[in-house]
Design a protein around this ligand. Structure first.
Ligand code: TYD
Ligand code: MG
Length: 457
């Protein structure tokens, strides 16, 4: 092996670095994800310098008070759901990672962004390493009209990409996808951890140096054959994940990191024949087609970022046919469901030990907010007792291990959203109710523990 080069083992899932091969990654606990890669010392330095983008300048410290920073001017894409998730639009010179499963709609969304920006007179360069010009044209034909401000390039070599960007001077660049790009200075294959990191480093230099906003597409991979977006989350300014079920039309764009805005903000889209359409009123969309007289169905309110979203939780509790009870959950943390069922067993005296339970979130959405706990509990109780929860009832509240219902943040926003969508009653934590009495038309019922809540079923 050439002098100055050494090999390192990288976890292809999370980027954990080790000098020897390991069966299980200590970082992310995945098995068989380590792959040997050659790293040259030169390339390594390049990546670390990339964050600053200030090489060659004199680096004297500056008093903070002397720095003038105007509120970042932002470029609006006019796709409101996206602008909000970005924190109000695209910040020039920022780097945005768009991650998601293959086929979820990343390329479609970004092509639509290109169309919007080009339509406003911005020069946009879309670089694809995955599809041919013809394929992109066919996709574009489904989406709509594009003018000559949108330039396409099919290329995977980063040096060529850099020189093209320097020559054409676009304001926004799309890289689709980072896993196909390669840097000649790095010997490992495209898609490997070191290649993905180095390529991002180079793009970062371009973004910060020339003030170009760069969108990077990254596929989420489970099999470990290509490095996932996780390994570069810390390098970029904003990380957006596109989630959803491919069978369900709704797609959720979620910001998990944002240097220029709040995180956990979501945008909701629907995949249609002509590309992605914005869903302006997600609560309405999520509740569409809700069964009106089925047991085990309740509506909860979760705050995603700054926005309340109403969504239906469905539970099906049946007797176990074989020895061990089966429990599954879709869209909700499986362990949380098990925990809440244990609380019901212990604190409300329900015998769920010989019951199967299936708990689903309708609409292909994933929620992790504890405020939906009480909804899960009541959905399970409703299905177990085969009693229908009135369809005008909205439920929210966190449930603790002793069965108490704890207060949640932004309770007023939830109540307001419920009122807006025509709900008549809110079952909510007692702790939240005092500040709200008398302010709303909707009937508010405060409960202190799950037993009290169960009386309303
Ligand atoms: P795509 O953007 O290629 O996904 P990704 O880049 O994340 O891999 O999305 C592909 C899917 O979207 C594909 O299954 C077809 C579907 N689609 C539509 O339903 N309508 C459309 O207008 C377009 C362009 C794609
Ligand atoms: Mg794609």
């Amino acid at each position: 092996m050439a002098k100055g080069k050494k090999t390192v083992f990288f976890c292809q899932n999370c980027g954990y670095e080790s000098s020897k091969w390991l069966g299980q990654c200590p970082g992310c606990r995945e098995w068989n994800t380590f792959v040997e890669e050659t790293v040259s010392p030169v390339a390594k330095n390049a990546a670390y310098g990339a964050g600053g983008g200030q090489q060659g300048k004199r680096m004297d410290p500056v008093p903070l008070s002397h720095i003038t920073a105007l509120e970042e001017e932002r470029i609006k894409t006019d796709i409101e759901e996206l602008d909000r998730v970005l924190g109000g639009g695209i910040v020039p010179g920022s780097m945005v990672l768009v991650g998601g499963d293959p086929g979820i709609g990343k390329s479609t969304l970004l092509l639509q962004v290109c169309g919007q920006l080009a339509g406003k007179g911005h020069k946009v360069l879309y670089i694809s390493g995955e599809e041919s010009l013809r394929q992109i044209k066919l996709r574009a034909a489904r989406i709509g009209e594009f003018n000559e401000n949108l330039l396409l390039l099919c290329e995977t070599n980063l040096e060529t990409i850099r020189s093209t960007i320097e020559r054409t001077k676009p304001e926004t660049v799309i890289i689709d996808s980072i896993q196909t790009m390669y840097n000649e200075q790095v010997t490992s294959a495209p898609g490997s951890v070191s290649q993905v990191r180095e390529s991002t480093g180079v793009l970062m230099q371009i973004a910060k140096g020339m003030g170009i906003s760069v969108f990077i597409v990254g596929h989420v991979t489970k099999d470990g054959s290509v490095a996932g977006p996780r390994v570069l989350e810390h390098m970029v300014d904003t990380v957006l994940y596109f989630e959803g079920d491919r069978q369900v039309a709704y797609r959720i764009l979620r910001s998990v990191k944002n240097r220029f805005g709040s995180t956990n903000e979501i945008g909701v889209f629907e995949m249609q024949e002509k590309g992605l359409a914005e869903v302006k009123n997600p609560s309405q969309a999520m509740l569409n087609g809700r069964p009106t007289d089925a047991s085990g169905s309740v509506v909860v309110c979760s705050i995603e970022g700054t926005r309340p979203i109403l969504i239906e939780i469905q539970a099906l509790v049946t007797r176990t046919n074989f020895g061990l009870p089966r429990r599954t959950s879709v869209g909700i943390d499986y362990n949380r469901v098990n925990l809440l069922m244990a609380v019901l067993e212990k604190r409300a005296g329900m015998h769920l030990g010989d019951c199967d339970a299936y708990v689903n979130l309708a609409g292909g959405m994933k929620l992790g907010e504890p405020a939906i706990d009480l909804g899960i509990v009541l959905a399970v109780v409703s299905s177990y007792k085969n009693k229908v929860v009135d369809q005008g009832i909205l439920i929210f509240g966190e449930v603790g291990l002793s069965g108490e219902v704890r207060g949640v943040s932004m309770a007023e926003n939830r109540v307001r959203e419920a009122e807006k969508l025509g709900f008549t009653t809110c079952i909510m934590p007692k702790a939240n109710i005092d500040a709200m009495q008398g302010k709303y038309q909707i009937r508010l019922i405060g409960v202190a523990n799950i037993k009290e809540a169960m009386e309303y079923i």
